[in-house]
Ligand binder design. Structure first.
Ligand code: ASP
Length: 332
């Protein structure tokens, strides 16, 4: 049987100075997953290990290096699935977990499919997994990212208040002592801010092992500026990840749109109806573009070891390794 593994490091725009770092991380993860496959390990073990390596790498928005929610908390989502058995495990909005993908794996081994927030933490403790500290997950890069979004919100709120004063029936300048000219100057000094930050870094892996079994894994800190408790596609089976007897898929991008379209499952269905891995990836992301305004990408492998990957954002770092190769190929 043909083995193959593909990993991604999140769809988005990668600044030039980070291009090499994020490709190197993907290459390392693919190599570690590949070693497991080569030693006769399962696709499930390989995708978990690859995702774990990327979670431990602070350059990605998953595990260590996850983005912050608006309240400053770090809430992570992860899910994985095995194709032939249809076993699924996922966790959502979990805090203080160093490797959410490994907690998802514990859920997969249990009678459950998805555990969230406090209940998921309780489950982690019951299964002997220790909690990490908030500082273990926080990186300077993501902290600065969060500060930038908070500042943008503050400026926009200030502008809103100033505009409210201008339309106040009791004349702003008389009532509050703010002359219109001062008000205009303040609005000019503080132009409206677009709330943005780095929008990439979710991680994922898909693999097929020597037995032809497929598996998929996805892990993320979520989208930038997310509301606490917000859950995207990454831990939702059929949305951010999926595996059956034909294909395994891991997605990245604006999660709400992947949920609307059940995109990972659709990609698997394209393969089931005869599409190549590459064509299935292309058709799925084309659907994302035409049916929603969503941005993102996905990776896919089929049971014969054919790989596919595509995205409609500027970049999506990836790496893959198949039987005829000496080392993983990377790109973005
Ligand atoms: N899909 C992830 C989410 O919506 C984010 C990403 O892939 O960048 O939470």
């Amino acid at each position: 049987m043909t083995m193959a593994i593909v990993v991604h490091g999140g769809a988005g725009t990668i600044p030039a100075e980070r291009e090499e770092i994020v490709q190197a991380g993907c290459k390392e993860a693919a190599a570690i997953g590949w070693r497991i496959l080569k030693d006769g390990g399962s696709a499930l073990d390989a995708v978990e290990a690859a995702a774990q390596v990327l979670e431990d790498n602070p350059n990605y928005n998953a595990g260590t290096g996850s983005g912050l929610a608006t309240d400053g908390s770090i809430q992570m989502d992860a899910g994985l699935m095995e194709g032939h058995t249809l076993r699924v495990g996922a966790v959502a909005a979990v805090e203080l977990i160093k490797n959410p993908i490994s907690l998802a794996r514990l859920v997969l081994e249990s009678p459950h499919v998805l555990l969230v927030a406090k209940g998921a933490l309780q489950f982690a403790l019951e299964r002997g997994m220790s909690l990490c500290r908030y500082e273990d997950l926080l990186t300077e890069r993501q902290y600065k990212n969060w500060c930038a979004t908070q500042n943008a919100h503050l400026v926009n709120e200030l502008r809103y208040s100033l505009c409210e004063l201008a339309t106040c029936p009791k004349r702003a300048d008389k009532q509050y002592g703010i002359a219109e000219v001062v008000q205009e100057q303040l609005l000019a000094i503080y132009p409206a801010q677009e709330v943005q930050g780095e929008k990439h870094g979710t991680v994922g892996a898909v693999a097929v092992d020597t037995l032809g079994t497929l598996a998929a894994a996805t892990s993320t800190g979520g989208i930038v500026d997310k509301h606490p408790g917000r859950v995207g596609d990454s831990p939702l089976v059929g949305c951010g990840f999926y595996a059956d007897e034909n294909a395994a898929i891991s997605c990245t991008g604006h999660g709400e749109d992947f949920v609307r379209l059940l995109l990972a499952k659709r990609a698997a269905d394209f393969v089931a109806y005869g599409a190549t891995a590459h064509a299935a990836a292309e058709s799925s992301i084309a659907m994302l573009s035409t049916r929603t305004s969503g941005e993102g990408g996905l990776i896919i492998v089929d049971r014969l070891g054919n790989v596919g990957f595509t995205w409609n954002t500027a970049h999506m770092p990836y790496a893959y390794m198949t039987q005829d190769m000496q080392e993983p190929i990377t790109g973005l």
